[in-house]
Design a protein around this ligand. Structure first.
Ligand code: ADP
Length: 173
């Protein structure tokens, strides 16, 4: 299997403060905003992002965005060219489907390639309100990015707290 030559970089911080070609949003299927990273991106990026999302809902995403899929909008006032919105799977009492979480990373990278992006920042998708255990989410994120065929040169995981940072660091070491 061919794999990415993208450098993986870990940053502890706020994804809305990153300067990259693409900032990935852990959105929900409505695309109309939420808490966590989603709320922060819309707050800091300004209303242009939501306007784009509403246009998507009014056109090809009438039913919203399916879990594991990704779609791009403007990045508004963020220091990025695009926001890619992807919907992570919810962790249930019975567990979660790892292929859907992997799909979020893979589809976002595929779309980033289409957009000609060289740098992309990801949050730890599904590990907040959606409840995915951090260690497992970090494993899936790192394995998927390492296995992806992409022209993106830098994949930056932006981890909000020490626990998330440590989980990703462990996977990279
Ligand atoms: P999900 O619904 O996919 O679980 P959340 O936004 O609730 O998405 O959480 C995903 C992860 O993003 C969590 O680990 C959370 O701590 C983290 N997070 C929240 N705000 C930010 C931010 N501004 N920058 C980076 N990560 C963030």
């Amino acid at each position: 299997m061919s794999s990415s030559r993208a450098a993986i970089v870990l940053v502890r911080g706020d994804i809305t403060e990153q300067s990259v070609d693409v900032i990935v949003n852990a959105a929900n299927s409505s695309l109309l905003g939420g808490g966590g990273v989603d709320g922060a991106i819309h707050r800091r990026g300004g209303p242009a992002i939501l306007e784009d999302c509403r246009r998507l809902r009014a056109s090809q995403y009438g039913k919203g965005l399916a879990t594991g899929q990704a779609v791009a909008t403007t990045a508004g006032r963020l220091h990025a060219r695009h926001v890619i919105h992807t919907v992570g799977p919810v962790w249930q009492a019975s567990g979660g489907d790892p292929s859907l979480l992997a799909s979020c990373y893979r589809e976002s990278l595929r779309l980033a390639d289409e957009l000609g992006a060289r740098t992309i920042a990801f949050p730890a998708i599904s590990t907040g309100a959606y409840g995915w255990p951090m260690e497992d989410a970090a494993r899936i994120a790192v394995e998927t990015v390492r296995g992806a065929e992409t022209a993106v040169e830098e994949v930056r995981f932006v981890l909000f707290d020490e626990r998330a940072y440590e989980a990703f660091a462990k996977r990279l070491s």
